[in-house]
Design a protein around this ligand. Sequence first.
Ligand code: ADE
Length: 215
Amino acid sequence: MCRFPKGVPWVRYHGKYKDLSINLVWPGKDLLLGVDSVGTVSASLVTYASIQALKPDLVINAGTAGGFKVKGASIGDVYLASDVAFHDRRIPIPVFDQYGIGARRTFCTPNLLKEVDLKLGRLSTGDSLDMSPHDEGAISANDAVIKDMEGAAVAYVAELLSVPSIFVKAVTDIIDGEKPTAEEFLQNLVAVTANLDQAVTQVIYFINGRSLEDL
Ligand code: ADE
């Protein structure tokens, strides 16, 4: 039984695929404005509540990301994140600076990478769709090929609760390209989400019947 607090917009779909019990959870629509609850705050909360309620063996954070063409990303590519870090948590005090960046390795899945057609790269997370000059430097310091608004937050919560997590991200926009990010994101969202859908399906097919150590 999954109990989320009364009134929250979080949505859970549940189903079975062969041996797997799959819970698809999304943060839903903002209660005030009716838009999707993007960003690290809702991602952290819903990850925490979902892990507490559902006790998963693995968290898969699936979503969209911006990509850097200088690092080899193209629209429609689907990445598996090797590492995650934040690019907008600036705390210029020794050690707090590293805490702010929050760099972590994701759960290692070498066999999944061999079998499923995914690119591998580092993911940088921040709470803005656009990129400030500071973000640009921090993303570069994180050596990221893709940029999203949730990944590192989900990784933090999953690690806190000792659940392995992986990150599947489809590229909707090229950050170092010509087009304005918001426009390009909205233009490609539907088509790229279909790629994400396919990739996550392949990941699920691969996971079925395997132990975590075999991924
Ligand atoms: N999701 C999709 N594109 C993004 C971008 N450019 N920055 C952050 N999150 C995104």
